[in-house]
Design a protein around this ligand. Structure first.
Ligand code: UT7
Length: 321
């Protein structure tokens, strides 16, 4: 059978690191509150000249280098972002041009924090149907540019960065590597719990992030546990079979609660929220790359990716590395 096989991962983070103490000088908050309620200690924030496209391009180059694949082989780029460089054209096309692999398919997907899962699902479908052979799936964000830096309920939670995965369509035997099962969901009834208060067609501005955190938290734990169970059942595995879970990094307490609901050992959960904060669509591929590079996630491992975000949107994907 044809499967989408992970050939390499990469990431990019802005050089500027902002501590909780630095934020406590901007808004009425404290390192103690942020660490206790979220697990976040610091985040990377884009500086002048750093954009979603530049971070995405660097992450993509690192994924190509790790895979040992030349950019010229890439015929599909799916980039997940809620913070594109321009309203149009798609940031994916800027990345394509920067990499010099012009001519293939390149587009953005908008599913906020679940964006990488959506991008992976779409890329996997296109690879398996023969539309492309080598796909860069990228999650890249500069949420710092759409934060209200006077709103302590949101500005302490997010960070900037990009992560990328190079997938290749390969003939694989049963039990071999590749994306095994992806399940995606959306429920548009919850727009008002997590949104930007502006947009090109409504206000002619980009708007700022607004969130009813406590309610998002409640939905996140329920929806993530459900979709994880759905993917496990669909693929014929149990939580005990998983080598690693790479969750969306929104809040350490959500990671703990989800692991508990599934009966998963905390040691199997990749955690980067402490130093990345919530990087929206970038968070899953950033965490995946961190764990691949430090040697925790290895070839043959069974890895579950999951995320939940604005829309609401949520999803999970099971891969054999
Ligand atoms: O990535 C997409 C998905 N997003 C998420 O999954 C985020 C989900 N939500 C969360 O992670 C948590 O709800 C938050 C971290 C956003 C908030 O934690 P919480 O324990 O739910 O706190 P809360 O919103 O209920 O607020 C508790 C108190 C409030 O004060 P009062 O009303 O009890 O007096 C807030 O005003 O904490 C206050 N507060 C803060 N205090 C200090 C809110 N933000 C801050 C802050 N520093 N930065």
């Amino acid at each position: 059978m044809i499967r989408s096989v992970v050939k390499g991962t990469g990431s990019a983070l802005p050089s500027r690191v902002v501590s909780n103490d630095e934020l406590a000088r901007l808004v009425d908050t404290s390192d103690e509150w942020i660490v206790e309620r979220t697990g976040i200690r610091s985040r990377h924030v884009a500086g002048e000249g750093e954009t979603t496209a530049t971070l995405a391009t660097e992450a993509a180059r690192n994924a190509l280098a790790a895979a040992g694949v030349d950019a010229s082989a890439v015929d599909l780029i799916v980039l997940a972002t809620a913070t594109p460089d321009q309203t149009f054209p798609a940031t994916a096309t800027k990345v394509q041009d920067a990499l010099g692999c012009n001519g293939g398919i390149a587009f953005d997907v908008s599913a906020v924090c679940s964006g990488f899962l959506y991008a992976l699902g779409v890329a996997d479908s296109l690879l398996r149907t023969g539309m492309a052979k080598h796909a860069l799936v990228i999650g890249a964000e500069t949420f710092s540019r759409i934060l209200d830096w006077e709103d302590r309920a949101t500005c302490v939670l997010f960070g900037d960065g990009a992560g990328a995965v190079l997938l290749a369509a390969e003939e694989v035997a049963e039990g071999g590597p590749g994306v095994l099962t992806t399940r995606l969901h959306a429920d548009g009834a919850h727009n008002e719990l997590l949104f930007t208060d502006g947009g090109p067609s409504s206000t002619g501005t980009v708007g700022k992030v607004r969130m009813k955190g406590r309610e998002v938290f409640r939905h996140a734990v329920v929806n993530l546990a459900e979709v994880l169970q759905e993917v496990l059942e669909e693929s014929g595995f149990t939580a005990a079979d998983l080598d690693w879970v790479v969750p969306h990094q929104a809040n350490a307490r959500i990671l703990d609660a989800t692991a508990r609901k599934l009966g998963l050992a905390n040691e199997k959960v990749i955690v980067t929220v402490d130093h990345h904060a919530n990087t929206s669509a970038a968070s899953v591929p950033l965490a995946l790359d961190a764990a691949v590079r430090d040697g925790r996630i290895k070839a043959g491992d069974l890895v579950m990716l999951e995320a939940m975000g604005g829309g609401f949107t949520w999803g999970a994907s099971l891969l054999r590395m």
